[in-house]
Design a protein around this ligand. Structure first.
Ligand code: ADP
Ligand code: MG
Length: 397
């Protein structure tokens, strides 16, 4: 899956021309007109610098939140423009519309060396439905297209697949390129043993991914609420633990297909449902009826760390427990630590998934692994299927 990179665009393509760039500025807002966390804005700077250095004129579009096709002022991208201007050090103009004649006119008038940020694409009724007419109108905003919003590439939306269908070239930004390189390596040529760890809560969403790794990984470590569903599938009592009833049968099937490669917790940290009290470590098959399993236990942490240390390639998705709550973060921390240690010893180590990425960042270990995917659902879908709608929309290399 080799896609044309923004780095391959020549001077004739760039100089003086409008680059319609899909970015992912779906950032948390602080409610006081500011941005809570600028990481996603900072992540786009290399691509924007490259375009500005080539004297292209970047026109940026992004979604924010889920306004559902109507204007919700509290989900305006306006606060992002100020932060971007500060990070980028060039004037960033904000326009309160996206697919209007005014937007097209403003895009044509944008001076070189400056940037235009358009309003939230999800204010437009046709965005998530990929209305073909909207895709055509958005394409009028640029002379060529760049997608640097890896996290939305699994969505067949107008700004992701509609607009690039009408623009040439349509290239991958630097963020997208880095994501593809790391994830393609996991899919295509993982150094063995290939160890993966799954945790988190959304087992239903993750089943296609787990199935695809069942064939390719040498060891699949399972923690988090997902592990509870597997324990339930084995007929074990899980007390008040969070499980997904709909996924129990599938979990049983997965376990039956690879009993030697799936590693379930041997012990868990239990506590009163929904609280950080009454905590105790119990064997995984002895979860009391009135308590819930909220973390992997110390023996499991040791087993998981030993498996990760031996890995040639390690992929981690999903926290090992209810890590946001006091007293249930140790399992997640220990996997994060094992991942960093393995990476330093030469293991190719990738962390993917919104909450697991946040957990490793909060642990201060994000810089020590090979790659932290910003993609969430997009990374998981790419790993499961090897492509994404937003990638298909770009030119081949
Ligand atoms: P990711 O975003 O990394 O893919 P998920 O979204 O699937 O991960 O799940 C993350 C959530 O799962 C976190 O909020 C975490 O608290 C929760 N979680 C993990 N393990 C448990 C558990 N044993 N019980 C309850 N919640 C859990
Ligand atoms: Mg999540």
């Amino acid at each position: 899956m080799k896609k044309r990179s923004v780095r391959s665009l020549d001077a004739a393509t760039l100089a003086g021309r409008r680059a319609l760039v899909r970015v992912d500025y779906n950032v948390p807002l602080d409610g006081a007109g500011g941005v809570g966390d600028a990481a996603r804005i900072e992540a786009t700077l290399p691509t924007l610098d490259l375009l500005l250095d080539g004297r292209a004129r970047p026109i940026l579009m992004s979604h924010l939140g889920r306004p559902g096709g109507r204007v919700r002022p509290e989900e305006s991208l306006r606060p992002v423009a100020a932060v971007l201007q500060q990070c980028l050090g060039v004037p960033v103009h904000f326009l309160e519309s996206t697919d209007t004649d005014l937007a097209v006119q403003t895009s044509h008038e944008l001076p070189e060396g400056e940037v235009l940020l358009l309003e939230n694409t999800r204010f437009l009724p046709g965005e998530t439905a990929n209305d073909p007419a909207l895709g055509r109108r958005l394409a009028l905003l640029g002379d060529f297209y760049v997608n640097d919003a890896f996290g939305t590439m699994h969505r067949a939306h107008a700004s992701v697949v509609g607009a690039p269908a009408h623009l040439t070239p349509a290239a991958a930004g630097l963020l997208v390129e880095a994501e593809l390189e790391a994830l393609a390596c996991l899919r295509e040529s993982p150094r063995r043993p290939f160890v993966v760890a799954f945790g988190g809560a959304k087992i239903g969403d993750k089943i296609p991914l787990m199935e695809s790794f069942l064939e390719r990984a040498d060891r699949i470590l399972i923690g988090g609420a997902i592990a509870n569903t597997f324990l339930a599938a084995m007929g074990l009592p899980v007390g008040e633990s969070m499980i997904e009833d709909d996924a129990v049968t599938t979990a049983a099937e997965l376990a039956a297909r690879a009993p030697d490669r799936l590693v379930l917790p041997v012990d868990v940290v239990v506590g009163e449902p929904g609280r950080s009290s009454g905590q105790a470590v119990v064997a995984a098959e002895a979860i009391p009826w009135n308590l819930a399993a909220y973390d992997i236990g110390p023996d499991t942490r040791e087993q998981f760390a030993a498996a990760i240390a031996k890995a040639g390639t390690f992929f981690w998705n999903g926290p090992m427990g209810w890590f946001e709550a006091e007293g249930y973060g140790e399992g997640t921390l220990s996997v994060a630590g094992a991942a960093a240690a393995a990476a330093e010893a030469g293991t190719f180590t990738v962390v993917g998934g919104g909450d697991s990425a946040r957990a490793i960042r909060e642990a201060g270990l994000a810089d020590r692994v090979s790659h932290v995917s910003t993609g969430g659902g997009a990374s998981l879908e790419f790993l499961a299927h090897g492509t994404l709608p937003g990638l298909e929309a770009l030119d081949d290399a």
